[in-house]
Design a binder for this molecule. Structure first.
Ligand SMILES: Cc1cc2nc3c(=O)[nH]c(=O)nc-3n(C[C@H](O)[C@H](O)[C@H](O)COP(=O)(O)OP(=O)(O)OC[C@H]3O[C@@H](n4cnc5c(N)ncnc54)[C@H](O)[C@@H]3O)c2cc1C
Length: 385
């Protein structure tokens, strides 16, 4: 189709990116697409999808080969995430969240911790989770109240975490808890394993969208965690968490790109086919200009996300670029998906077409991994002085 060139063309992709992108695109369209609408409605998460993605090497793209990953970069990672998100934002988020413990362990783990936990996550055999937020501490994460008290060669963890993605399916969960003083300096990071006595799942959130992805309350009642499962030193917890979020923001930017692309594709198809007043609605300037802005904003966001991934791959400072990628791409996605519903008119508001799902899913991208207000604080602080 004529429009495909303009929507899909990408100037900067390398051979490696094209290869993993095509692999992910085919899997997402063949395997996930037939299930997605049913599973979103029934809130069904299928761990086998993650395992199958793992068999293709797609659950450990930037993880070192030594630990079972593909040893590629974030530029390849975002190419894969976009393709999964274009079909299912929930599974894209699942892959990204499982990627966080891999990234954290690689950067902060001991040799034993890396060997023990990374390979099963990288291969998709195990699912990972990242537990920072609590009812009283979202944006102000450093004020968290879950405690970890040292007793001999163990820590005893008590508290309640909220909104933890796929905690119910996770075999490995990176858990932030307070070992010391109030504030960020008193927070430490631990590796928790599924089945440790005292870990219980609380409520599963009923959400606006992203329903294949379960969002869980996690209760910790005297959970005995070996001291060997402390990540880094006591007090390193916020450093660990923020470093993970810097990378996570790039992949959330990529998730938003995937959803936006699908919303634009649906809009273009519909605007060509739907006729009113004797011609396709695309021929009306009011609608044609809306589509022109949607596709232009999408390509602009893609460049911002690619830049952040490039800086990360070059091992260059990328915190600000990652915040910009997250803000720009997720705000773009919210606007594009809202406009997509408008382009489809009444049909857009029904579940006959996926754009209403895309719009509902987009909202959360502006909220998690640090709200877009928090990203703007990060960016504006860098301008001081
Ligand atoms: C579907 C979903 C999945 C999630 N998954 C995870 C997960 O896996 N692990 C995890 O740890 N957390 C997870 N979260 C939690 C998420 O990261 C938090 O919701 C987010 O950080 C915001 O925190 P909050 O909800 O407490 O909002 P609040 O911090 O209470 O913020 C409320 C509003 O105030 C604004 N605000 C706050 N402080 C400022 C400020 N200084 N300046 C300007 N505005 C400000 C915010 O931007 C927001 O608009 C998830 C959340 C959702 C909805």
């Amino acid at each position: 189709m004529n429009y495909e060139k303009h929507l899909y063309e990408s100037t900067f992709e390398t051979e490696a990116q094209l290869e993993v992108r095509n692999l992910a695109r085919k899997f997402a369209r063949d395997r996930i697409l037939p299930l997605v609408e049913h599973d979103e409605l029934s809130q069904t998460f299928r761990p086998e999808i993650i395992r199958e993605l793992g068999e293709l090497g797609l659950t450990g793209i930037p993880t070192e080969e030594e630990f079972g990953g593909m040893g590629l970069g974030y530029q390849e990672y975002i190419a894969v995430v976009q393709e999964i998100a274009a079909v299912s934002a929930s599974y894209a988020v699942s892959v990204c969240v499982s990627g966080l413990p891999q990234m954290i362990l690689q950067k902060f783990g001991t040799a034993e911790q890396k060997q023990k936990y990374i390979p099963s996550l990288a291969s998709g055999q195990a699912i990972g989770a990242f537990a920072l937020s609590e009812a009283g501490s979202g944006s102000d994460a450093g004020s968290l109240r879950t405690t970890a008290k040292k007793e001999g060669d163990h820590y005893i963890l008590n508290g309640t975490k909220l909104w933890i993605t796929q905690a119910d399916d996770a075999e490995v969960m990176i858990m932030m808890a307070r070992t010391g003083v109030d504030g960020a300096k008193g927070v430490s990071a631990f590796i928790l394993e599924k089945g440790m006595p005292g870990i219980k799942m609380g409520k599963k959130e009923k959400k606006m969208g992203l329903n294949i992805s379960h969002t869980m309350e996690v209760l910790l009642e005297n959970v005995k965690v070996p001291a060997a499962n402390l990540l880094g030193a006591e007090g390193d917890g916020m450093k660990v968490a923020l470093s993970a979020l810097d990378s996570g923001r790039i992949t959330i930017g990529a998730t938003a790109l995937g959803v936006a692309r699908s919303a634009i594709e649906e809009s273009i198809k519909h605007a060509n086919l739907r006729e009113q007043f004797g011609k396709p609605v695309l021929d009306f300037q009011g609608l044609g200009f809306m589509l022109a802005d949607m596709i232009t904003d999408y390509h602009a966001a893609k460049l911002v996300v690619q830049k952040a991934a490039y800086l990360k791959d070059q091992d260059l400072e990328h915190s600000i670029a990652a915040a910009q990628a997250k803000v720009f791409s997720t705000d773009m996605c919210m606007k594009v998906t809202t406009d997509a519903v408008q382009v489809l008119g009444g049909s857009g508001y029904t579940q006959e077409f996926p754009v209403e799902r895309f719009m509902r899913e987009s909202k959360v991208f502006q909220i998690f991994e640090g709200t877009n207000q928090i990203q703007r604080i990060v960016i504006s602080r860098a301008l001081k002085g």
